[in-house]
Design a protein around this ligand. Structure first.
Ligand code: SF4
Ligand code: SF4
Length: 308
């Protein structure tokens, strides 16, 4: 019965316009790329405008704040100091606090869309990854042994704990001196340390072999937002009764999440890129979707709970 249902789903998926689905997939990928380019350009412009302002030549309509002032993670590391003294950590601005809350609300609903759609540092790693895919082919993003990769993925929680603790203890933005994201958009200024430039270069080189290495193994903000994947309202849900177990979703996931083994993705590294969904990689319509509703199983096929 289950087998028949899956065979039907396979047939239906083939006949229900593979052409229109691939057009939909291209459109979805294009929309995300446009959003990523928009935020990359915006942050680059703000960084350049900050330098122009110091020379008295800032573009009037554009923010000339330092990137620290418009980074939502600046709000996170300021929380302790704000609660205890009512002030922000040096270089952090009230705008960071507002952005922090906006990102939190968005993440409660949709998960870490900030990582998958907005963060320019995530985007540039992804773009280097496209080049890496050409160099390494199928081995791209599969070079690190599974066991080691699993352990390394928890490193970003160590980074998060250390940075929050040290910033609270010292009142200084501890991450600034080693932050590759800040280095990327300020490498021409004296505010950037040599260490952060070296880290930036290493991350970009690693991105040629591993998808989003900084996001996976080191990003403290990604670590925090990733926790929301456990209880976010809209989840990536799989319908086990129409799933044909082709594993296309697993293969396409940039964060190597075993999407096909569960009912809903709760993995702490999902970045909501939507590449796995029925609109993109999954060949069966309405089988893998971003939704609040559980996708009902019309035939009983055992599905492990997706916390992989
Ligand atoms: S491919 Fe799916 S599971 Fe993987 S990160 Fe993107 S949305 Fe999350
Ligand atoms: S892509 Fe994933 S969810 Fe879709 S049919 Fe294949 S294994 Fe199932």
């Amino acid at each position: 019965m289950a087998k028949t249902s899956r065979t039907e789903a396979r047939r239906t998926s083939g006949s229900r316009g593979a052409g229109s689905r691939s057009a939909g997939a291209r459109r979805a990928a294009k929309i995300r790329l446009i959003v990523q380019i928009f935020f990359f350009a915006l942050i680059a412009l703000i960084a350049v405008n900050h330098s122009l302002e110091e020379a008295g030549k800032a573009i009037p309509v554009l923010s000339s704040a330092s990137l620290h002032a418009v980074c939502p993670f600046g709000g996170v590391v300021s929380v302790y100091q704000f609660i205890t003294t009512g002030t922000f950590v040096r270089k952090v601005h009230s705008a960071s606090f507002i952005l922090m809350w906006i990102v939190f609300v968005l993440t409660v609903f949709l998960g870490p869309v900030f990582c998958g759609w907005v963060c320019p540092f995530g985007s540039i790693q992804e773009w280097f990854g496209k080049l890496g895919r050409k160099i390494f082919g199928r081995r791209f993003n599969r070079l690190i042994p599974y066991g080691l990769d699993r352990i390394l993925r928890y490193l970003r929680y160590v980074t998060l704990g250390l940075i929050v603790y040290m910033t609270a203890a010292t009142g200084v933005l501890m991450f600034a001196n080693i932050d590759p994201y800040f280095a990327l958009f300020n490498f021409w200024t004296s505010e950037v340390t040599l260490v952060s430039i070296i880290i930036l270069i290493v991350v970009l080189l690693l991105s040629l072999a591993v998808e989003r290495p900084f996001c996976k193994y080191a990003c403290p903000y990604g670590a925090l937002l990733g926790v929301f994947n456990l209880f976010r309202i809209f989840k990536i849900r799989r319908n086990p009764s129409t799933c044909i177990d082709c594993k296309a979703c697993d293969r396409v996931c940039p964060m190597n999440i075993p999407v096909s083994t569960g009912g809903a993705v709760r993995h702490h590294q999902c970045i909501v890129c939507l590449k796995c969904t029925s609109e993109q990689a999954c060949p069966v319509p309405e089988t893998l979707e971003l939704t609040t509703a559980r996708l009902e199983a019309s035939a009983k096929i055992p599905a492990k709970e997706a916390t992989a």
